[in-house]
Ligand binder design. Structure first.
Ligand code: NOJ
Length: 543
């Protein structure tokens, strides 16, 4: 990394960040699970993509009850994924190639194999060890509150001595007690541990949930219907959660340049502002496009609102179309419009609902071109640069997601977006590794491989490479101005004579008389076809 870049404290504001789900990226040691050495061996792909940073999902020791989001040791590497030396090599290789790295911090809960949770179980009620987690008595043999866990079932599990512990996710993910000073100090040590090893920043898992209000009287009785953590007054977004992040900011600022962070906070849009402020985490995910219909008006509203919210927080906005928790957007955009929201559970395979993949891909390319033209940080998820669809119909006995087991079987869960990447057209696990893959890859995977797409000038991969590179060239500032446009069309200008024209409608429109520098699909003479986006270079008037 060149010295000027190293000292640039604002690098994250307009970055293109690529999320790696390590167990599914590349497997160097042939055990069917992706690993750190596998990532290092594929850095050339990241360089070619032109991304600014990698976000690494958890790679820590874990029982994998929730794909690594059940962390048993926050300051180590899962031996199946490598060693701390492998981590250092990865960081060095990325940095040498001008790519930064942010790692996932999972502070709401640990894994049940964490030494402190095991100590809490052994020490018994009333002990300091139990106070690091959230243990409660309950008068009748019912859980202390009627809350449900995110993956299904109650949010409390009883231990043999009769007490219950809280877990907002799987029982193997006990929630930390963030009122305990030891917990606060331990996480600050973790942030320093990785910062000292050279990581540039952190992605904070469910940042809104850390503080809970468990004051009496607690609600009792049956499951609370429609419990939504985004707005639950006892579980989400308590004012005191922000004290934690103000403390973390002091840790980030011990480093030069300061370490950065991005909050995963599923809270109403206006509440994101605090998490994203420079005195806290500095940036927050905006998931609005993940839930949006493919519709120009909805995109315009979302862009307007989020640029305004980001400005209010003193941050830049973030944009996301896919991640490891959501149905891949090629498939999402191929669903009937009426099914576009909350579709995860509907994709169990078969023909219901029917997915129009060619249309999904056309829309996905158009949406990506629009997203990459926006000011703010673009977060890409591994495999979207290949146009991978969601894998539907994974056999039940090969599923891994706790959502599937605890719903039970009703919500198929997130495995379909976590299937290992195809690198080669043929071969064992399409070049992912030498010995199979931990989730089954469909036979069509070779067609989506990096090898196949590199050779095809019209591939999704070559489109991403071109778009990211042009974005770096064209983006000079964070401003955006909407232009008047017909219904179904989104048109905005960026400083320096750069415009984005996205046709969300089902009919062609006239192309203006400007130079097209990027097109998400084939153009038709002077027409911009349906569901296609272009970037235009327009002459700047000298004034
Ligand atoms: C959000 C993560 O993105 C998801 O994968 C995980 O299951 C939950 N948080 C719990 O850690």
């Amino acid at each position: 990394m060149n010295p000027a870049a190293v000292t640039d404290a604002d690098w994250y504001r307009q970055a293109v960040v690529y999320q790696i789900y390590p167990r599914s990226f590349a497997d160097a040691n042939g055990d069917g699970l992706g690993d750190l050495a596998g990532i290092t061996s594929r850095v050339d792909h990241l360089v070619r993509l032109g991304i600014d940073a990698v976000w690494l999902s958890p790679f820590y020791p874990s029982a994998l009850a929730d794909g690594g989001y059940d962390v048993d040791d926050y300051r180590n590497v899962d031996p199946r994924l490598g060693t701390l030396d492998d981590f250092d090599t990865l960081v060095d290789t990325l940095h040498t190639n001008g790519i930064r790295i942010i790692v996932d911090i999972v502070p709401n809960h640990s894994g049940s194999g964490h030494a402190w949770f095991q100590a809490a179980l052994a020490a018994g009620p009333g002990s300091p060890e139990r106070d690091r987690y959230i243990f409660r008595d309950s008068p009748d043999d019912e859980p202390p509150t009627p809350w449900g866990a995110s993956f299904g079932g109650p949010a409390w599990t009883q231990v043999p001595d009769g007490q219950w512990y809280l877990h907002l996710f799987d029982p193997a993910q006990p929630d930390w007690n963030w009122d305990n000073p030891e917990v606060i100090a331990d996480f600050e040590q973790t942030l320093r541990f990785w910062s000292d090893r050279g990581v540039d920043g952190f992605r904070i898992d469910v940042a809104n949930l850390l503080k809970k209000d468990l004051s009496e009287p607690l609600p009792r009785g049956r499951d609370e219907d429609g419990l939504s953590w985004a707005t639950h007054p006892r579980l989400s977004d308590l004012p005191s959660v922000h004290e934690i992040y103000r403390g973390w900011r002091k840790v980030f600022d011990e480093y030069s340049p300061p370490r950065v962070a991005v909050a995963e906070a599923w809270v109403p849009a206006a509440s994101r502002v605090a998490y994203a402020s420079p005195s806290e985490l500095g940036q927050a995910f905006n998931f609005d496009l993940l839930k949006a219909p493919f519709e120009a008006g909805a995109w315009r509203r979302i862009i307007t609102d989020n640029l305004e919210l980001a400005a209010r927080s003193g941050s830049s906005s973030t944009w996301v179309l896919s991640n490891h928790d959501m149905v891949r957007h090629v498939t999402r955009f191929g669903l009937p419009d009426s099914d576009l929201e909350g579709t995860r559970h509907k994709l169990s395979g078969g023909d219901d609902p029917v997915v129009d993949l060619p249309r999904g891909l056309r829309r996905a390319r158009a949406a990506t071109a629009a997203l990459l033209a926006l000011p703010g940080a673009a977060y890409l998820y591994q495999g979207e640069e290949l146009g991978l669809p969601e894998v539907v119909g994974i056999p039940d006995d090969q599923r891994q997601d706790p959502t599937f087991f605890r719903s039970p079987g009703v919500d198929v869960g997130r495995d379909g977006c976590r299937v290992p990447l195809p690198w080669t057209v043929d071969g064992t696990s399409f070049g992912f590794g030498t010995n199979g893959s931990h989730l089954p890859q469909p036979p069509s995977w070779g067609d989506f491989s990096v090898e196949a797409e590199t050779a095809d000038p019209d591939s999704v991969l070559n489109f991403y490479v071109e778009a990211v590179s042009l974005r770096h060239e064209l983006q000079t500032s964070e401003e955006l101005v909407f232009k008047d446009s017909a219904p179904g069309v989104l048109h905005f200008a960026r400083p320096g004579g750069w415009e984005c024209l996205a046709n969300f409608s089902e009919a062609s429109i006239d192309l203006p008389d400007s130079q097209v520098v990027l097109a998400s699909g084939e153009l038709d003479g002077d027409q911009l076809p349906a569901e296609t986006t272009v970037w235009l270079r327009v002459p700047t008037t000298k004034g």
